[in-house]
Ligand binder design. Structure first.
Ligand code: C2E
Ligand code: MG
Ligand code: MG
Length: 593
């Protein structure tokens, strides 16, 4: 917009206005100016206000008829300065006036009228617009749930601290992650999960200094900046106190919730000189805590870096293996311990790594789940079973059920489970299959139990609860689960004949399963004594374990000479080294030992 010539009154250029002024209606004009909704003041060079309309008086906090107010004084001082400099200014100010606190946008313009230097100042109330802007600002930078600054805020803060670095100066960043938050969310519901996040944020933020900052990074992850710090010990003490506070129960919605948190800490400048390096190293340290049993805090050290690099290597090789379909299955028999007949067979996935070494699932299954590769892997396992069905039938009998393991994370994903059910249907023999899921899948009962189980039921596919006894569910939770089989975890079976407590648990599981019409299978039977106990003291019908047969590669069974590829089995998979001897007496499918 162009400034009008300084010696003209703009409105006087309109023809009607000219008539109006000529008509001597000056009084009317004055009243209009007085009642204008925006605040108008006119100041002369001596600091006298020639005009203050009603809106301006109210904005500047002047009571009626009053000419004193601190805002007015401030405007006078500023006005004189602007008049002297002959320069216009648009400025924002907050004023407490007749309408409470207002944000005013004021435009000051020096003009010359009738040879006099005057300053015209026009203020508009932009409070509402500011409130909207503030809200937008807050939602861009602050987390709505916890009110904490978001990641970009803490990132900016850390970066500016690094830029101002002076020798001797140090700060710490701590990465916090609530343990098993997903379980809590699933079990208690999202509103309780949200309330827990808010409470955790409060507890962590309790004793922070002005210069510290707590930020919510995403989901259940928080980043804490402790700035400045004197020593590692001081940080360790502070973090330990925080951990303890977080261990105390949370009371939410009438529930007492226990939640622990894992914390990884990195220090500037020792552990990194950029935000990314510090964050990554705190994350690496946190990862270590998660692996070591959670609920603790660990400081980063360089040995972890090597570990992380190694993990990255495994990650890369896993991605390659999936791409190149370098997976195969070992099959382990499930045996009727009374008749020694094979009742079924479990497919156990194996990975052939970059060097051709066979790896057991313990080295890659969790990672595959973490990286979102597990669904593809499960489909590969199924494809392998379909490809090997003739061999399976030859080895274990055409009636043997075929068990496939599904990770709890997959079981909780109805979309995947539906696609998997379709794939099972497409094999043409869906009724042969049994799905093994761990108890965790049943804890998040709602989706798996309500949406997934019925699909499999309808198709005649059985469900087995794998590793029963070590997960989250209690015996009473069994009553709500509709499964066909319970696999008692190996930890109960090992030396069962010597362990009265485990015997008691076994009896309880057994009678409950009987009442609920589920069959029971004991996992990991390795010795004759264990088997003898199961046969003599329980009514358990089925077992699986090295005593009967190790997992085997079916192709290799067809090779008559003893397979000389043992050296290809990596040390890491030694406990599951495949044993072919148990099958040397084929086609008899009984296990006599
Ligand atoms: P799981 O389903 O409980 O399988 C039984 C594991 O115990 C197998 O280990 C098996 O080799 C081992 N085992 C069997 N009998 C004995 C015994 O008498 N003594 C001892 N010490 N071990 C025995 P593996 O093959 O290493 O598999 C480990 C776990 O990996 C499985 O536990 C299962 O949870 C998971 N897994 C295997 N294949 C798959 C798969 O295709 N998909 C998914 N999601 N998980 C799989
Ligand atoms: Mg299993
Ligand atoms: Mg198991």
């Amino acid at each position: 917009m162009q400034n009008p010539p300084s010696d003209q009154i703009p409105s006087a250029t309109a023809p009607d206005a000219r008539e109006f002024a000529a008509g001597g209606e000056l009084g009317l004009l004055r009243d209009i100016v007085r009642l204008l909704p925006s605040g108008l003041t006119v100041l002369d060079e001596e600091g006298r206000f020639l005009l203050i309309n009603d809106a301006a008086a109210s904005q500047l906090g002047m009571a009626t008829g009053d000419s004193v107010s601190k805002h007015l004084d401030a405007r006078r001082a500023k006005g004189i300065e602007l008049l002297r400099a002959g320069r216009p200014l648009v400025a924002e100010m907050t004023a407490t006036g007749g309408n409470g606190e207002q944000v005013l946008l004021t435009s000051h313009r020096p003009v010359r009228i009738a040879g006099r230097s005057l300053l015209l100042s026009n203020s508009t109330d932009i409070s509402e617009q500011k409130a909207v802007e503030d809200h937008l600002f807050r939602s861009a930078y602050f987390d709505e749930l916890t009110g904490l600054p978001m990641r970009r805020v803490i990132e900016h803060r850390v970066q500016s601290l690094i830029q101002r670095y002076e020798p001797g100066y140090a700060f710490a960043v701590a990465f916090l992650d609530i343990d098993n938050f997903k379980h809590i969310n699933d079990y208690y519901g999202h509103s309780v999960g949200d309330a827990l996040l808010t409470e955790v944020a409060k507890r962590v933020g309790l004793n922070l200094r002005e210069t510290d900052m707590l930020s919510r990074m995403s989901g259940d992850e928080f980043l804490l900046l402790l700035n400045p710090i004197d020593s590692e010990e001081e940080v360790a003490e502070y973090i330990e106190a925080t951990l303890q506070r977080l261990k105390a129960p949370f009371f939410i919605d009438g529930s007492e919730i226990f939640a622990s948190t894992s914390i990884g800490v990195s220090l500037f400048p020792d552990h990194g000189r950029s935000y990314d390096a510090l964050l990554q190293n705190a994350d690496i340290a946190m990862y270590r805590v998660k692996n070591d049993g959670k609920g603790a805090a660990v400081f980063f050290d360089t040995s972890m870096e090597r570990e992380a690099l190694l993990r990255m290597k495994v990650e890369q090789s896993l991605r390659h293996a999936i791409l190149e379909k370098r997976f195969c299955c070992a099959f382990q028999a499930k045996v009727d311990i009374r008749t020694k007949e094979v009742k079924g067979v479990e497919a156990l996935v194996r990975l052939r790594d970059d060097e051709g070494v066979i790896q057991a699932p313990g080295t890659f299954i969790n990672l595959a789940a973490e990286l979102g590769l597990i669904d593809e892997l499960t489909h590969l396992v199924l494809a392998e079973i379909v490809r090997s069905i003739d061999l399976i039938n030859d080895t274990f009998g055409p009636e043997a059920t075929i068990s496939i393991n599904v990770a709890a994370k997959q079981a909780d994903n109805p979309a995947f489970m539906r696609s998997f059910a379709e794939a099972l249907q497409a094999t043409g023999f869906p009724r042969r299959f049994m799905i093994e899921v761990t108890e965790d899948a049943f804890v998040t009962k709602r989706r798996f139990q309500d949406e997934v189980v019925p699909i499999f039921r309808k198709m005649g596919i059985a469900i087995s609860i794998d590793d029963f006894g070590i997960g989250y569910s209690s015996l009473s939770a069994l009553a709500d689960i509709t499964a066909d089989e319970i696999k008692i975890d190996r930890s109960f079976i090992t030396d069962i004949h010597l362990r009265p407590r485990s015997q008691g648990i076994l009896r309880a599981i057994e009678s409950l399963a009987e009442a609920l019409g589920m069959s029971v299978i004991a996992e990991g039977v390795e010795t004759f004594e264990e088997l003898a106990y199961l046969q003599g003291a329980t009514r358990i019908r089925y077992a699986q374990g090295f005593y009967f047969a190790r997992p085997v590669f079916l192709e290799e069974l067809n090779i008559v000479a003893p397979v000389a590829s043992e050296s290809r089995v990596n040390e890491a998979s030694r406990p599951v080294q495949e044993n072919r001897q148990a099958y040397s007496s084929r086609p008899n499918r009984r296990y006599r030992r």
